[in-house]
Design a protein around this ligand. Structure first.
Ligand SMILES: Cc1cc2nc3c(=O)[nH]c(=O)nc-3n(C[C@H](O)[C@H](O)[C@H](O)COP(=O)(O)OP(=O)(O)OC[C@H]3O[C@@H](n4cnc5c(N)ncnc54)[C@H](O)[C@@H]3O)c2cc1C
Length: 323
């Protein structure tokens, strides 16, 4: 069987988990294996309600008051127990902060491999191939699992699109009996980390206007802000803009910033360096404005505007305001 683990993000299914359900549905279909989905946490009624609409064979509920706040001890213990009782061929997660923290413990405890931060899979090869970026996204490595005792997988945001989620109803719902005591949890947990202290969650934004070094200086940032406002979009940036202090760090997109997959990503004066692209390549539509027609961003852009952003963007904003 294939097991997908849903993460409870403040009462909602974490968007990365929805994408991992898509991965699970595809892998299960390709291997002709049953698919189970597990909701883990305390007070999982909301995520259970949403998960009831996903096509799968079984929905497993693993709820316990000691899972109210995250702890690597608690979550890894539950996961180890779940894997021991279900023996899934693949156990699938979204590559969230929590997963980065506790899943390596599960892997070490059970002596099964963990292929993390996967960006794509090849289901047509005899053995499934998992691709992930290495050397700061300069190379792509392909990995095949040879373990017969199961394997843990985590998928990078936007490796799969939630638009491809198959709706349906689980054939059965099972309560998983949890055996967890206070003494199992040896660490104390600090307040939950939020993607940004400002409350801006770029990872769930549908429209993003992102600004790069091509904006030239801090005084021009309002040009991008005005476009964002006219579109109802969030403002983001490449790293140099943050390094120069023109925008705060929580707005940075890329390998050392946030990963986003909006419906529309406006790249203004961004060259398209790989460290930036890894954070936004999952965007459904990319419009790039750049005065260099050879800028690498145009290789992934759906719409390429070759020209000076300082001239084009104010005109665009003006037109949008007329709507
Ligand atoms: C370890 C490491 C981690 C990194 N992490 C990140 C990360 O998380 N995010 C990130 O973004 N970068 C990251 N970088 C930096 C990355 O390598 C690039 O340097 C950076 O993305 C470039 O930003 P940029 O496109 O804004 O600037 P540039 O590469 O300088 O590009 C500016 C672009 O603007 C265009 N331009 C100039 N003027 C105009 C104009 N008037 N109108 C239109 N276009 C114009 C130019 O043609 C050019 O293409 C990282 C680097 C390292 C080594």
């Amino acid at each position: 069987m294939i097991l997908v683990v849903l993460e409870n993000q403040r009462g909602k299914i974490h968007p990365f988990s929805i994408e991992s359900v898509v991965a699970g549905q595809k892998i299960a279909k390709s291997l002709n294996q049953p698919l189970s989905i597990v909701c883990v946490g305390d007070n999982i009624d909301n995520i259970h309600e949403s998960a009831k609409q996903f096509e799968c064979n079984e929905l497993i509920l693993a709820s316990h008051p000691l899972l109210k706040t995250y702890s690597a001890d608690g979550f890894s213990k539950i996961m180890i127990d779940l894997i021991k009782s279900y023996s899934p061929k693949y156990c699938i997660f979204g590559h969230s902060y929590m997963v980065r923290d506790y899943v390596p413990r599960v892997s070490a405890n059970l002596s099964i491999p963990f292929i993390s931060d996967i960006t794509s899979i090849n289901l047509s090869s005899q053995n499934i191939q998992f691709s992930k970026q290495v050397f700061n996204a300069k190379l792509l490595s392909r990995i095949e699992n040879e373990s017969t005792n199961g394997c843990l997988l985590s998928f990078q945001s936007a490796a799969f699109s939630s638009d491809e989620l198959l709706q349906g109803a689980p054939k059965k719902v099972t309560n998983f009996e949890i055996n967890l005591n206070d003494s199992d949890i040896r660490s104390t947990t600090e307040e939950e980390f939020q993607e940004s202290s400002s409350g801006v969650d770029l990872s769930t934004a549908e429209l993003i206007v992102s600004v790069g070094r091509g904006i030239d200086n801090q005084d021009n940032i309002p040009i991008a802000e005005d476009l964002a406002k006219a579109l109802g979009a969030e403002l983001a940036s490449s790293r140099p803009v943050v390094d120069m202090g023109w925008l705060p760090p929580f707005r940075q997109i890329g390998s050392s910033g946030q990963t986003v997959s909006p419906k529309l990503y406006f790249a203004l004066g961004i060259s398209g360096a790989i460290q930036h692209v890894v954070g936004m390549k999952g965007s459904k539509n990319i419009i790039a404005i750049n005065k260099d027609e050879e800028a690498p961003i145009f290789e992934i852009a759906d719409y390429a505007v070759i020209g000076d952003l300082l001239e084009i963007v104010p005109l665009l904003t003006e037109e949008l305001r007329k709507r």
